[in-house]
Design a protein around this ligand. Structure first.
Ligand SMILES: C[S@@+](CC[C@H](N)C(=O)[O-])C[C@H]1O[C@@H](n2cnc3c(N)ncnc32)[C@H](O)[C@@H]1O
Length: 264
């Protein structure tokens, strides 16, 4: 069924619920990877809010969900600046929460779109915390989404490289890529000793120095590099096939240093 046909079907049964804010995880890139609950929540909203780095910038989450947004729905970009300083970020989060609360006070159902999962390193989590703190009467719901790490593992497994994220007694650590080589080395040692699979996000420009460390440890063959998963230009491959040049922000690494003893 096409997205238009699904939207028509959803519109017929569009719920007329109370005003409130729903945080919606929209998955890593492919509009087919939104859950039915996500598509339904978007269909039921009068206002579709989404994070942007600057007002004129295109929001990644809005691009992912575009096939599910109707032209008559109001679009509300919310600026979440990508800066290190605390104050501009804090005031942006509170401004976003105030804008969402304002829409709810006007009687609207609002969705706030979040790239990937809505609880995993998600901009919308700051809006959630700010809303709960300063606008506690606003009803808030959260719909999870497919994370980039899960989608990367599935893409590899679909491509002849079985990549279960975790099996049996494996631990799984999802975290940002370390900032220094020493931190990375310590992390790899701990992960090897504890049977932990690593999912390193925010890889991007760090790949240029991470790659030689993995090479020196003989880990490139067992590591999976994934870039822009779910987008038409998706790249998912063994890390050994990726040159040590800087990579885009939307890239990650899965590192497995061992497998359980009992396997098919
Ligand atoms: C702020 S985190 C957001 C994580 C997201 N909420 C999730 O559940 O996957 C951004 C990082 O997630 C990873 N990421 C998000 N989407 C991705 C994609 N489509 N392909 C590869 N990596 C992605 C990248 O490592 C990126 O630097």
């Amino acid at each position: 069924m096409s997205s238009a046909a699904i939207l028509r079907a959803l519109e017929e049964q569009r719920p007329s619920g109370p005003a409130g804010v729903t945080l919606v995880g929209v998955g890593p890139g492919d509009p087919e990877l939104l859950t039915l609950a996500a598509v339904r929540a978007i269909a039921a909203a009068a206002v579709v809010a989404f994070p942007v780095a600057r007002l004129e910038a295109e929001g990644m989450a809005a691009r992912i969900a575009a096939p599910w947004i109707r032209p008559e729905q109001r679009r509300l970009p919310l600026v979440f600046p990508m800066v290190q300083e605390a104050e501009p970020r804090r005031s942006a989060w509170h401004a976003a929460a105030a804008a969402l609360a304002g829409q709810v006070a006007s009687g609207h159902r609002v969705v706030l779109l979040c790239e990937g999962d809505s609880s995993l390193y998600a901009s919308c989590s700051y809006a959630l915390i700010a809303l709960t703190e300063r606008h506690p009467s606003v009803p808030v719901a959260v719909i999870p989404g497919i994370s980039a790490a899960s989608a990367a593992a599935a893409a590899a497994s679909s491509n002849g490289m079985p990549w279960p994220l975790a099996l049996q007694q494996d631990a799984l650590l999802v975290r940002p890529t370390p900032e220094t080589a020493a931190e990375l080395e310590a992390l790899l040692d701990q992960a090897a000793a504890s049977g932990t699979v690593l999912a390193l996000l925010k890889l991007g420009h760090r790949w240029s120095w991470v790659q030689p460390h993995l090479e020196a440890r003989g880990l490139l063959e067992q590591s999976l590099f994934a870039q822009r998963v779910g987008w038409p230009d998706q790249l998912v491959s063994r890390a050994s096939a990726v040159s040590p040049a800087e990579q885009p922000y939307f890239s990650l690494l899965l590192i497995r240093q061992g497998w359980p003893a009992v396997l098919p």
